[in-house]
Design a binder for this molecule. Sequence first.
Ligand code: AMP
Ligand code: ZN
Length: 114
Amino acid sequence: MSNCLFCKIRDGLIPSKIVYRDDVCLAFEDINPQAPTHVLFVPLKHIATVNDVTMEDRETVGHLYTAAAKVAKERGHSEKGYRLVMNCNEDAGQTVFHIHLHLVAGRPMGWPPG
Ligand code: AMP
Ligand code: ZN
């Protein structure tokens, strides 16, 4: 997608603080962190929303979770815990239309979310 922010970050056209990369996904620091750890896990493949995830994408989406758990462990969050969130469309507050899994950790969090 030529006009997608996260495709541009993937391609190195926009700078980011990359924390993890493999052949399926990329992870970088959120520019507006909501907790001491706030990292976004983005598939290299452009997928606009969860509504666009197909059966073909199952491994890709599952991969985001294993990558996020790895980074959470590296940062010492496994025991106390962390939150993984993927927003879909307007009501959930999605603002970048290339799916991304938020890893938010390092402070207690409330439920239900706002
Ligand atoms: P969402 O609201 O779920 O679509 O999340 C989009 C996230 O992307 C927000 O938490 C933003 O702070 C973050 N974000 C927007 N622009 C950038 C950027 N250039 N680099 C890193 N994170 C960004
Ligand atoms: Zn994209």
